[in-house]
Design a binder for this molecule. Sequence first.
Ligand code: HEC
Length: 94
Amino acid sequence: MKLRIAPVLLASVSMLAWMQAPAQDGSTLFKTKCAMCHGDQGQGKPPMAPKIAGSTKVVEVLTKGGQPKAPHINPMSALTPAQVSALAAFVKAL
Ligand code: HEC
């Protein structure tokens, strides 16, 4: 009996760890954190936000801020370096 339950328990524990880990996937991050302003394909939503598809400025904008308008006046400090890299690669390839 115990032997049958163990693998199920193990699977649930790793599933939980996976769900709690911060998302590192560029596509998912983009959908949840950027698409509402920049559009699903980074095509921009004028006048709300410019096109960023293919941009190579993502790392700079997210880590340094310094843009004239919100939300990029300040760095997006909630993002980890791994998330910023994933987003940069995703946006560049759009
Ligand atoms: C609340 C709306 C909003 C959200 C959310 C947002 N942006 Fe922006 N973004 C803007 C606006 C507005 C500008 C223009 C900023 C300016 O000119 O000061 C901009 C500019 C940029 C630029 C510079 C474009 C250029 O070529 O000058 C990049 C790169 C960028 N955003 C990336 C991102 C990424 C990646 C995310 C997700 C982590 C994101 N943005 C989330 C509104 C947003």
